[in-house]
Each structure stands twice: as C-alpha cells, then as structure tokens.
Write a protein that binds this ligand. Structure first.
Ligand SMILES: CCCCCCCC(=O)SCCNC(=O)CCNC(=O)[C@H](O)C(C)(C)COP(=O)(O)OP(=O)(O)OC[C@H]1O[C@@H](n2cnc3c(N)ncnc32)[C@H](O)[C@@H]1OP(=O)(O)O
Length: 180
C-alpha cells in the first residue's frame, strides 16, 4: 500500500526536534550523541543533517560505520512521526559507498516506500558536500509497528518513568511515538 502522511504531520520544512533527550541519535542530553536534526519533507519523507565529531571515529579521522548506520536509522525512524505510527527497526541494510571524514556534515533524506500491515518499508541516503553531493551511505529498512507496551515492557523503569513525566507534551508523546 502507498504510505499515507498523517493529517497532523508537521508541515514540510518544520524541524522535528528531539523525540527524547537521551536518544543517542537526536537527543540534546547526550554529549557524544549525533545531535541529528530532522525536518519534515513532502509526502512521507524526512531530511536530516548531522556533523561527524571526533567522538564518532572508527578508523583515524573517519566516521565509524556503526555511527553512520545510526544516522540512517534515526532518520528512517523519524518517518514514523509523519505516519503517527509506533514502530521499531526490524531490519536495516546499509551500503557504505565512500568514507566520511570527521568534520563532514552528512545530508540525509529518507522516505517510506510502502506499508503492508504492520510492516513499513523505507529507504535513505546520506550525501556529503551538500544536499546534492555524492552519496556516501544508503540504507533500506523495514520497521515493524508495535504497541506502546513494547517500550513500557522492555525499557528500564527509571528511564520510562522519567520520559513519561517530561513536562513537554509533544516530546513525551514522541518518546513513545504516540499521538499527543
Ligand atoms: C524517532 C524514533 C527514532 C528511533 C530510533 C531508531 C529506531 C530504532 O533503532 S528502534 C531499536 C532497534 N530495534 C529493536 O529493538 C527491535 C527489536 N525487535 C523486536 O522487538 C521484534 O523483533 C519486532 C517488534 C521488530 C518484531 O516482533 P513481532 O512484533 O513479534 O513481529 P513478528 O510477528 O515477528 O513480525 C511481523 C512481521 O514482520 C516481519 N519481520 C520481523 N522482523 C523482521 C526482520 N528482521 N526482517 C524481515 N522481516 C521481519 C515478519 O516476518 C512478519 O511478517 P508477516 O506479517 O508478513 O508474517
């Protein structure tokens, strides 16, 4: 089925903000996190940026592949907010096309390609040198829709309690990807 953008999805160009302060991908409270910033795009698409820091190295001076996969995962995960579906990554297949040096900004874009029952198919690319620059990484993913119980049952109680008492209603909802 063709993916359907939720009527209450943020307008194209709008910054999504962190869904959870402690998220390694986007949270502001993780000193070595990616601090990835995602914006809503047209349809069910997202653009995002992240700049590789010294803490993100694998080989000397180069981004760790797992960190680049995290950037792709985070961008793809942000798509769920446009669908207003609670979903987690089931499968993430990544191509590393060119090395990404420390200090480089990765320009990411992601889109949902199809939805079939609980399965959400998506793909993403990360470019260097600008939004139209050469592709450095790309991924195809399968997210699986889950109930909010997934987080409540599997997460550590102290973090669940803290996230649920966040005074920011939107972020509280987004921590669990639930409609506010
Ligand atoms: C803004 C938010 C950003 C969030 C950060 C980025 C997102 C993340 O990183 S989430 C964290 C990483 N992911 C996880 O921790 C998930 C761990 N896995 C799980 O909890 C479970 O395996 C889960 C929920 C994905 C699936 O389990 P379950 O609900 O029992 O579903 P299940 O019945 O097995 O599968 C449903 C369908 O998906 C398919 N499926 C499930 N996993 C996979 C997989 N890895 N590959 C292919 N297909 C799969 C099944 O074949 C099945 O298909 P069909 O309906 O056609 O038979």
């Amino acid at each position: 089925m063709t993916p359907v953008r939720h009527p209450d999805a943020p307008a194209p160009g709008e910054l999504l903000g962190a869904h959870y302060g402690e998220c390694f991908g986007c949270g502001g409270e993780q000193p070595h996190g990616l601090h990835l910033q995602a914006r809503a795009g047209e349809g069910v698409s997202i653009t995002a940026e992240f700049t590789v820091q010294p803490a993100h190295q694998g080989a000397p001076g180069l981004a760790h592949g797992g960190v680049l996969a995290t950037a792709l995962d985070e961008t793809l995960g942000s798509l769920n907010w446009l669908l207003r579906t609670i979903a987690v990554t089931g499968r993430l297949e990544t191509d590393f096309v060119r090395p990404v040096p420390v200090g480089t900004t990765l320009y990411l874009e992601a889109e949902v390609t199809a939805v079939a029952g609980r399965k959400i198919y998506s793909r993403a690319t990360g470019r260097v040198g600008g939004p139209e620059g050469p592709v450095a990484v790309r991924a195809e993913a399968l997210f699986i829709e889950v109930q909010v119980d997934h987080f409540v049952n599997h997460g550590r109680p102290e973090e669940i309690k803290a996230a649920m008492s966040d005074p920011d209603q939107i972020r509280r909802a987004r921590a669990f990807e639930v409609n506010p």
